[in-house]
Structure formats: structure tokens, C-alpha cells
Write a protein that binds this ligand. Structure first.
Ligand code: LFR
Length: 472
């Protein structure tokens, strides 16, 4: 018998609601709605339009129709909404690309001590981690409750106040040794210990849709929300179709999250220096990874080159093999959106000029530069992960939207000198579906079993390395 669940997967550039159908030997996914997302600048602040996202979720549940056994929500990490004591949202959530933490983040890191912070949380330094956002948060004194984005939407759907664990692990406020919020770190940002509602584990129930939500979605039966790995990257890692343990992954969307899966964190000084994060995964796993700026670079360029189709860009880029210029995609100059200053093509050209490289000018040249830069950054991250953890890998899995980009997949295989398996595109939604299905008892199995189902049922493409890397 097949079980159908609705997976809500929210990304920085789009949100979608998908219906997943699960049987012991079948796993299908159908998109029922897709809606645009993007940060909106109002005066000096970049906001998320979270009510619009909520509407997208309600429309999606209506389109999914009756017959769903459960709903699960995942989204990008670290960003949050604040509730006052009546449960009302205080203002719109602020995007992590807002520059409000630029000065306070390094100051707070140094005040706490970068080594203490790493030993306590195991997280990489990213100036937008929730810890730093709270240090820059003028609304905090008025707030009773903080909810990460999927938890905020869950609260609106069912009334449940909780903090899902995998997403909580990205806040840099969770103590990796106790698995609980660190009172000391909360005190550093003057946050009350009660600010975060209780932790929820992936697979646990989060209540049923409220009566007015059922009415708004045209549904009549009881419909439970199930906690998934609500950090989209954690869901995507569940959806990696790997066999065994010796694999690296690139969860490739707006961000690229590059790493390996471990059973215990790596908290060494070398690991901190390499800026690796030990994020929480399902079933006690550790997502040992580094953030690479990802397709954001190309997405921002494409907003400037409006109208040039991606296929045409990639074909032009392919013709520029050996163009030669690479940027460090993680340089802070690439983090903000175009609106904040120079547009992305200009920032990339300036970087190449500043570093004495050939300067890419045309969209094709710039696209080539971005693809090669990402492949080189993936190689560096995977080399570091192997070295720092002692875990070797035989294959790189690229999942998410970027797995469709054949030029990037081949460049990654070439740069890493390893075979690349590309797909599934919707790894996060599949991970979301699988954890829900398991949570409601419709699918037995541990992570390898879930991944085996993905591997047997989803279309995948393989790329062989062509020559041991010419890319630095
Ligand atoms: C990917 C992601 C990354 C996180 C970034 C910001 O969508 O969730 O894992 O570092 O967005 O939240």
C-alpha cells in the first residue's frame, strides 16, 4: 500500500510543495506548487516575506488535496521569527544576507573566544549564524519566543511551539556535548533561556492542522504535521543516494554545502581553522561540512543578465574551457545581493583584476569562472574534510538543483579526481518525505535503507574524472 505525504521545501529563491508517495520499492515525487521567494529590502533591512511563504504552503496543501497522511516542512537555516507574549509575530524575519551582523559578529566571536565557541558548538564561523543575528537584534527585548522558519510555519499550522533539532544545530547556540541550548551562549546575547521552545527530533509529531487551517486548505480530515530534518541541508543529506560510508556530498542550491557524514564531531583546532561545521543530522549523525557560496554567484549574475537562458550561458561557458580565472567564492565580497552595492558580474571581474588574473567580461566567461571556482572550492572542502576527519571517500554525490548542471558536475569530477554521481535534484524534498514516512510508521529502516530506496528509484547521472585536476 502506498502512503502519500506532503513535503514543503523552502529555498532562498523558491518554495515548493510536493507530494511524495512511498512504498517499500517505490518512491515518487510530484510538485504541486512552486512559488517565488527572495529577500526584500525595506529601507536598510533585507526581510523575508514570511506570510507570502505561508500562503504558498496553504495553497500547496490545497493543491495536494485529500489523502495526505502527514505534512513536513524544511527550509534554509539560521533565520527566525520572534513572537511576543501573545504569540504574535514581531515584524518580518530578517535575511541572513542582511549586513546587520557585519561588525558585531567578529567582535562577539572574539569576546567569547573563537576556540571556546568552536569547542562548545562545533560550528563554522559564519557571520550570519543566529547567535550573531541575536546580538544585532533590536526586537529581542520584546520577544518571548524565537522560532526558526520551519518552526514558525509549523506553529501557524498546528499551534505547536518547538525547535527542530537539525535546524537548532545551525544557530551556534546549541551545546554539541549536551544537545541542549547553552545557557552561557544565550547569556552572551542577553537571550532568556525560555526564548527557544523545547527541542523536537525529526520524525516526531507536531500536532494536527488547526480547524481554520483545514478550512483554508479545503481539507476536512485530520492532518498531522511531522517533524522532518527541518534544515533543508539535513533533509538533502538524507536524500543522498549513497551506498556505504565512503562518500562526499555537495548539496548544491543557492548555497553549496560540501562535506561528509560522521558519527562523532571533529572539534580540533585544525578543524576550526579550516572553518568546518559539525551540524546535526538525523539518527545521531554529524554533517561535517563547509558552506561554499554556491550557485548564488550565478543566480545574482543572471539577475543582471535577465533573459539569457541558463542553457545558453552554460553552452557559452563550455566553449571557454581553460579560461583560467578563479575566484574564492567564499570571499565576503560575494555574500550580499546586487542591491547592496556593485552587481555580481562586476564584483567577479574586480576580484580577478585585483588578483592579477585574466578578467572575465562576457556572460559566458563569467559563468566559466564561476563553475571552475565552485569546482575548485568543492575539491578544497572535500580534501579538508578527508584530512581532518580521517574518513576517505571514493565518490562525490551532487544533489539539489546544481546536479542538473552538467558542466559543474564534470568540472567537480575533474577537480576532485573522483567519480561524481549527480541527483536527485529534489534531494531535500525526498529526505523530507522519507523522514515523515518513517516517523508515521509507513516505512521502516535506518539511513542506509532510506538511501537505498532513493538509489533504486531516482534517476542519477554519473561523471568520470577526465584528468587528475588541472584546477588548483
Ligand atoms: C542552504 C542553507 C545552508 C545554510 C544557509 C543559510 O539552503 O540552509 O545550509 O548555511 O542555507 O541558512
Amino acid at each position: 500500500m502506498s502512503t502519500a505525504v506532503a513535503a514543503v521545501d523552502l529555498g532562498a529563491s523558491s518554495g515548493r510543495v510536493m507530494v511524495g508517495r512511498v512504498e517499500p520499492d517505490r518512491l515518487t515525487l510530484a510538485e504541486v506548487t512552486r512559488f517565488r521567494n527572495g529577500a526584500i529590502r525595506v529601507h536598510d533591512t533585507l526581510h523575508w516575506d514570511v506570510l507570502r511563504l505561508y500562503r504558498g504552503v496553504l495553497d500547496g496543501l490545497r493543491a495536494a488535496g485529500p489523502g495526505m497522511a502527514s505534512v513536513g516542512i524544511d527550509s534554509w537555516a539560521v533565520d527566525y521569527g520572534l513572537l511576543d507574549e501573545t504569540g504574535a509575530l514581531i515584524g518580518n524575519p530578517v535575511s541572513h544576507r542582511d549586513d546587520r551582523t557585519r561588525e558585531i559578529a567578529p567582535r562577539l566571536r572574539d569576546a567569547i573566544g573563537a576556540d571556546t565557541l568552536y569547542e562548545t558548538t562545533g560550528l563554522q564561523y559564519l557571520p550570519f549564524n543566529t547567535l550573531y543575528q541575536l546580538a544585532a537584534e533590536p526586537r529581542l527585548a520584546r520577544a518571548s519566543t524565537l522560532l526558526l522558519i520551519p518552526d514558525l510555519l509549523t506553529y501557524w499550522l498546528t499551534g505547536d511551539l518547538g525547535t527542530e533539532y537539525t535546524n537548532a544545530s545551525t544557530t551556534q547556540l546549541l551545546d554539541i556535548h549536551t544537545g541542549q541550548f547553552s545557557p552561557t551562549l544565550l547569556a552572551h546575547v542577553s537571550a532568556r533561556p525560555s526564548l527557544f521552545p523545547p527541542l523536537r527530533q525529526p520524525g516526531s509529531g507536531r500536532g494536527d492542522l488547526l480547524p481554520h487551517v483545514l478550512a483554508a486548505t479545503g481539507l476536512s480530515d485530520r492532518l498531522p504535521v511531522t517533524a522532518v530534518a527541518s534544515h533543508d541541508t539535513a533533509s538533502a543529506v538524507v536524500g543522498v543516494p549513497a551506498a556505504g560510508e565512503r562518500f562526499g556530498y555537495v548539496s548544491c542550491g543557492t548555497w553549496s554545502l560540501v562535506g561528509i557524514e560522521l558519527t562523532a564531531p571533529v572539534l580540533s583546532a585544525e578543524s576550526r581553522a579550516a572553518n568546518f561545521a559539525n551540524e546535526g543530522g538525523v539518527d545521531g549523525t554529524v554533517r561535517y561540512l563547509r558552506n561554499v557560496m554556491g550557485l548564488w554567484l550565478l543566480q545574482e549574475c543572471r539577475r543582471v543578465w535577465a533573459g539569457v537562458p541558463l542553457d545558453a550561458l552554460l553552452a557559452e561557458a563550455a566553449a571557454h574551457a581553460g579560461f583560467g580565472a578563479v575566484v574564492d567564492p567564499d570571499d565576503a565580497v560575494f555574500l550580499p545581493p546586487n542591491e547592496a552595492g556593485a552587481d555580481m558580474p562586476t564584483r567577479i571581474a574586480d576580484y580577478c583584476a585585483r588578483t592579477g588574473q585574466p578578467v572575465p567580461r562576457t556572460p559566458g566567461e563569467i559563468t566559466r569562472c564561476v563553475v571552475d571556482s565552485l569546482a575548485a572550492a568543492y575539491r578544497r572542502a572535500l580534501d579538508d574534510a578527508r584530512r581532518l576527519s580521517g574518513r576517505d571517500i571514493d565518490v562525490v554525490h551532487i544533489v539539489g538543483g546544481g546536479s542538473r548542471n552538467a558542466l559543474l558536475c564534470q568540472a567537480t569530477a575533474d577537480a576532485c579526481g573522483l567519480p561524481v554521481v549527480a541527483g536527485p535534484v529534489e534531494a531535500a524534498a525526498l529526505g523530507n518525505v522519507l523522514v515523515q514516512a518513517r516517523g508515521i510508521g509507513a516505512l521502516p529502516g535506518d539511513l542506509p535503507v532510506l538511501r537505498d530506496l532513493v538509489r533504486r528509484t531516482q534517476p542519477l547521472r554519473r561523471y568520470r574524472p577526465r584528468n587528475a585536476s588541472a584546477v588548483a
